[in-house]
Design a protein. Sequence first.
Length: 94
Amino acid sequence: MATNTKTYKIDGMDCAHCAQTITNGVSKFPGVHNVEVDFIGGTLKFEGEVAPDALKQRIEALGYKMADEQERAGLRPAPTNENGIIAFIRFLLT
């Protein structure tokens, strides 16, 4: 069975609590699972189907901003094997 993984750029996160807030909010959508939020890279990734407008509305209600389509087109996910120092340097450079 193929999974439908979606990745979005989220602005305004700066700590693990921010990531947990978004994880909890997005996980409440029916049919959404495996929610991963990276506050350093500013990404939200999950499996499932959610209407883009509903997702944007939820993210904004939580106090964050979902990047528009043009910003998402240039999205490059952070490598999963980065250690803390490299991730921090990447954060500083972006």
